[in-house]
Design a protein around this ligand. Structure first.
Ligand code: SAM
Ligand code: SF4
Length: 332
């Protein structure tokens, strides 16, 4: 391990960087964005590709190995395959992935693959057109399905489905999504609804927990079996179906927080570095990048941000304060 490694005061090693490339989106999921009006960051405040690339090279020098490009909706960022190409060529990066809502994948999956992308997470909460409309306030399910189809044909592996689970709303979607995943060789990951929406809609009793989803799935498929040798640092708890066909995962941020093994830092589209999705403070990196700061100064800033990291988000405690920025503005 390099002497420069990003280790926080709780001994956690940080080798995973999530990069938001835009806060804009072409749908309006209620758990992430307000319906309207949405105030986006002015374009001049968004980091350029050269700025992102420079930051990533410095972070890789500090031991970052895994990158995930996200947003907002990252496929809305003009020329995204150019950025993917730049990131995939950085020596030291062992893993490059993208999280998208899939709407533009039918057109962009091919150029992204050619630029070096292989791993993709596609956000899909329901296979029901009406509920898709209710959740995203847009009638675009068919485009997500076309995007998944394109990724399967092109050969992306793994393709994971991110399904946000909301109590009182998405229970009917749990089993159909699992069948869909098994049929197409996709790993469905159920994500507990987190307090990151823009309209204060989150409540503890709207969280459909991993245990409750396991129970729903167990009634359909029989008891699921925890993956024995799962990556101990991965946020998702993975399970196998008893018949051996397929795998699912849970991001149980609320009922099963994984803060103790967190290895992530996040760069927002407007160049702020965050040590946690729920952090209340952030470090201005764009100012450094645009004022001629040296690589050493930027590296020292990344180290200081990691050192300032708290132990965890405490969503379930009365001390919890939701961050001022909703999910789309941070980068999920
Ligand atoms: N637009 C892309 C997408 O939807 O995948 C990338 C950005 S989005 C903010 C990243 C992920 O955050 C989504 O896949 C969605 O599953 C998740 N997400 C958004 N809001 C959430 C919330 N309040 N709680 C839990 N997960 C959420
Ligand atoms: Fe857009 Fe993704 Fe947020 Fe949905 S979750 S509104 S697709 S950024």
């Amino acid at each position: 391990m390099s002497a420069e490694a990003l280790i926080d005061t709780f001994g956690r090693l940080h080798d995973n960087l999530r990069i938001s490339v835009t806060d804009r989106c072409n749908i309006r999921c209620f758990f992430c964005m307000p319906e309207h009006p949405v105030e986006f960051v002015p374009r001049a405040e968004i980091l350029g590709f050269e700025e992102i690339e420079r930051f990533v090279r410095i972070a890789v020098g500090l031991g970052v190995r895994k990158l995930r490009v996200t947003g907002g909706e990252p496929l809305l960022r003009k020329d995204l395959p150019v950025l993917i190409g730049k990131l995939s060529r950085i020596e030291g990066v062992t893993d490059l992935a993208l999280t998208t809502n899939g709407l533009l994948l039918a057109e962009l999956a091919r150029p992204l693959y050619e630029a070096g992308l292989r791993r993709i997470n596609i956000h899909l909460d329901t296979l029901d057109r009406q509920r898709f409309l209710e959740i995203t306030r847009r009638d675009e399910l068919h485009r997500v399905l076309a995007g998944i189809d394109a990724c399967l044909r092109i050969g992306y592996r793994p393709i994971k489905i991110n399904a946000v689970a909301v109590k009182g709303l998405t229970e009917p979607d749990i089993v159909p999504l699992a069948h869909f995943g098994r049929r197409h060789g996709l790993e469905v990951r159920y994500i507990e609804f987190m307090p990151l929406d823009a309209q204060g809609l989150w409540r503890p009793d709207r969280v459909l927990t991993a245990d409750q989803i396991l129970e729903i799935l167990g009634r359909e498929f029989g008891p699921l079996v925890p993956v024995p040798d799962g990556d101990p640092r991965a946020p998702a708890a993975e399970y196998l179906f008893a018949d051996g066909v397929g795998k699912i995962g849970f991001i149980g941020s609320v009922s099963r927080p994984f803060c103790l093994k967190c290895n992530r830092i996040r760069l927002t589209a407007d160049g702020k570095l965050r040590y946690c999705l729920f952090a209340l403070e952030e470090t201005d990196v764009k100012g450094l990048l645009r004022s001629g700061a040296s690589d050493e100064t930027i590296a020292a800033t990344i180290r200081a941000t990691v050192r300032a990291k708290w132990l965890g988000h405490e969503i379930s405690s009365s001390r919890f304060v939701a961050p001022p920025r909703p999910m789309y503005a941070i980068g999920g």
